[in-house]
Write a protein that binds this ligand. Structure first.
Ligand code: SAM
Length: 276
């Protein structure tokens, strides 16, 4: 028997393809709430049947009327209710932001239960640097806008994570190949499902693969970070130091060249004294 839940809004992450990924806590909360706000009552109904629970389902998305939001928050002020999306974590390219914001503004308790999200599953699978990543939702469908986003984000020192659809994958890979040609990309498809796959490589190679094997199903597209700029070698560094010494004292020249190159300031100072 689960503990009775406190009133409030419970954000519940649900599986992205494998029903076994529902957490014990998520199942307990879905059993304990009085209503579940969801994108599609048929999709969530299937999950509820799998869990053997029969709660009131209320269709909700961020374009829902104020009246629907008011109704849900009126309930949440007195009793526990849940928000789920069709799959994965609510609010991550899914509805919920407005509801959470309005709940917080009204002083209603909000609790978020961690669980599956395709972006995180893909990041942990692809073997691209994971210390810094930038999740940017879906790339725009129109070519000009898509390229503008890639240009905007291309300089960010982080792995880029996008949601993608099978029909648009080829165009996105072409755009990445042209805007960010030296990057490694990864296509993570059908995660947690029977035909899960993850392919990494140069954009043109991955594009060629999927031209020959048209993809089906759900896709996360990742772009590796820009490579580290190569540190200038000794001759280049000497040239920079000589140029700086024309107008600066050795200590100032060393500091400036250290800033520009990333080389050690003390070593540069010693070299500046030799060159002077
Ligand atoms: N909120 C969800 C989450 O946390 O993963 C994402 C919802 S978004 C509307 C749907 C997109 O997520 C799909 O178009 C696809 O890009 C990605 N996605 C969801 N499930 C996936 C899966 N099993 N494998 C790969 N990508 C998936």
């Amino acid at each position: 028997m689960d503990q009775p839940l406190e009133p409030g809004l419970y954000i519940v992450a649900t599986p992205i393809g494998n029903l076994g990924d529902i957490s014990l806590r998520a199942a307990g909360v879905l059993r304990g709430v009085v209503a579940v706000a969801c994108e599609d009552t048929r999709v969530t109904g299937k999950l509820m049947r799998h869990l053997g629970v029969k709660q009131k389902l209320v269709r909700y998305d961020d374009h829902a009327s104020e009246a629907t939001r008011d109704y849900l928050l009126g309930l949440a002020a007195q009793q526990p209710i849940a928000l789920v999306s069709d799959a994965g974590t609510p609010l991550i390219s899914d509805p919920g932001y407005r509801l959470v914001r309005a709940a917080r503004e009204r002083g209603i308790a909000v609790t978020s239960l961690p669980g599956p999200s395709a972006a995180v599953v893909a990041l942990t699978l692809a073997g691209l640097p994971s210390d810094r990543f930038l999740f940017a939702g879906f790339l725009p469908a129109k070519d000009k806008a898509r390229r503008a986003v890639l240009e905007e984000l291309g300089g960010v020192q982080a792995t880029l994570v996008f949601y993608e659809t099978a029909p648009r994958l080829a165009d996105s890979l072409t755009a990445i190949g042209e805007v960010l040609p030296d990057r490694e990309v990864a296509v993570a498809r059908e995660l947690t499902k029977k035909f899960e796959e993850c392919r990494t490589g140069a954009p043109e190679d991955i594009a060629a693969y999927y031209a020959a094997h048209p993809p089906k199903g759900e896709i996360v597209l990742l772009v590796g970070p820009p490579g580290e700029a190569a540190m200038p070698d000794e001759a280049d560094t000497d040239a920079l130091l000589r140029a700086a010494l024309v107008t600066l004292k050795p200590s100032q020249a060393a500091a400036e060249v250290a800033r520009a190159t990333g080389h050690d300031r003390k070593a540069l100072y010693a070299r500046a004294m030799e060159l002077k």
